[in-house]
Design a binder for this molecule. Structure first.
Ligand SMILES: Nc1ncnc2c1ncn2[C@@H]1O[C@H](COP(=O)(O)OP(=O)(O)OP(=O)(O)O)[C@@H](O)[C@H]1O
Ligand SMILES: [Mg+2]
Length: 408
């Protein structure tokens, strides 16, 4: 990347990052990290001698988001390739690099006195790692610069730290998407379309807001529930959320020539309502009846349902695969597909439709700073998410897509 100019917000960072802790939080793609890139050469050349540390969520994301672009901007002479056990030379100074989620990270920084640390994606770090870092930055004149996207208002970084700016000596810079003048208008519009509700408030407006109430609040019967599929189906898939004492849900999905996904049929077995639990073999028979003569390209199953996966394979079902069960990423994928109209549900899928009104964020977990759905009325939602996220979640979001990739 090339630094063409400096935004007003990045100038703020350059001018006012004179505290022990200088943290930028806010919208995606808003220029926070590049602000840090401008600061790093100053820190490396002006701080007193001592150990320096660069921290990412993982070492891999640190290399991708920070070290590679830094090398592109400043050249190999100033930003070396990593060597040894996670070390680099940065503007002539020796720095350690760690992934905060790495088991070894805490032990790596234990006993290390630091004069400087730079951190990316701080909210994704374990709180224990951050606490350890606080005690490591004990040298007189030590400084920290870092950035993150906002989470809920009760996240440990917000309540335990950023909200105590005076006490800890923190400069907190808050970014909105519109604070970055270097993005094309099309790219910004595409990002704004991608995020709705709480994601919009956090990732576009840069606010630390609660994930509150109904999760798929963009679900609208008028828009998403249809009587008939308006086009030819190119391929079929099945997804499964499995339970023994809990309900089991299957969904049959058709993908049309336009790329739209349609949920055509559902199967729902709630042992509490039916007064009977089913065995794996009975569920496998139910699957055969459910798909009839349709040959799905894959049956995407709850990864914890090993015995049922085995039963399906034994009974001759082909391409039984594990679902990608990353809950929050999956919820974002499903939200995006609903928002962009790429996912529709047939009217006859009654349980699926009813569950949209009951699938809510867990307010108790929010108080602990965690985004989590309530684990009730979530079976059709889990099964839909398995399908949509496993098939379409790897489709890179507009956030990380190049402008060319977006057709801009
Ligand atoms: N000074 C600049 N000169 C040129 N381009 C810039 C500048 N600042 C930001 N950009 C462009 O904006 C993009 C996003 O900036 P940056 O990576 O700093 O955002 P961020 O706030 O860290 O985003 P995220 O929260 O997604 O990590 C950069 O990849 C770059 O293309
Ligand atoms: Mg960033």
């Amino acid at each position: 990347m090339i630094i063409r100019d400096v935004s007003d917000k990045q100038l703020d960072i350059l001018e006012y990052s004179d505290s022990r802790w200088n943290i930028s939080s806010g919208a995606v793609r808003s220029g926070k990290t590049v602000g840090g890139f401008l600061l790093l050469p100053l820190r490396m050349t002006t701080l007193p001698p001592g150990n320096c540390l660069l921290i990412g969520k993982t070492e891999r994301t640190l290399k991708r988001n920070i070290l590679n672009p830094l090398r592109e901007i400043y050249g190999k002479k100033r930003v070396s390739d990593p060597f040894g056990d996670g070390e680099i030379k940065l503007f002539g100074r020796h720095c350690y690099i760690v992934g905060a989620n790495d088991e070894r990270a805490v032990t790596k920084i234990q006993g290390l006195g630091l004069v400087y640390a730079y951190g990316d994606e701080i909210t994704t770090w374990p709180e224990s790692f951050f606490n350890m870092l606080k005690s490591r930055l004990s040298e007189p004149g030590a400084m920290f610069d870092g950035s993150c996207n906002p989470e809920g208002p009760f996240h440990w970084l917000k309540v335990g730290f950023l909200d105590k700016a005076e006490e800890y000596g923190i400069r907190h810079f808050e970014f909105k998407l519109d604070d970055n003048p270097f993005l094309s208008r099309e790219f910004v519009e595409a990002l704004k379309r991608e995020y709705t509700g709480v994601w919009y408030d956090r990732y576009v407006e840069g606010k630390w807001v609660l994930a509150d109430g109904i999760i798929y609040d963009m679900f609208d019967k008028q828009l998403h529930v249809i009587e008939r599929i308006p086009e030819q189906i190119r391929s079929y898939y099945v997804a499964v959320d499995y339970g023994t004492t809990n309900p089991t849900a299957f969904g049959l999905y058709g993908i049309g020539a336009s790329g739209t996904v349609y949920k055509e049929r559902e199967y729902y077995w709630d042992p509490a309502n039916e007064g009977k639990q089913k065995t794996d073999s009975e569920f496998s028979d139910a699957m055969a009846a459910f798909i009839g003569n349709i040959v799905p390209r894959a049956i995407i199953v709850d990864p914890s349902a090993e015995s049922f996966q085995l039963q399906l394979k034994r009974d001759g079902f082909r391409n039984v695969i594990n679902a990608d069960n990353s809950v929050l990423d999956g919820i974002r994928t499903q939200s995006r597909m609903l928002t962009t109209g790429r996912y529709k549900v047939l009217e006859r899928c009654k349980q699926t439709i009813a569950d949209y009104g009951a699938y809510v964020w867990d307010s108790k977990a929010q108080e602990r700073g965690e985004d989590k759905p309530i684990k009730k009325f979530d079976h059709t939602k889990d099964e839909e998410r398995y399908l949509l996220h496993t098939l379409f979640g790897t489709e890179r979001s507009v956030r990380t897509m190049s402008k060319r990739g977006l057709g801009l």
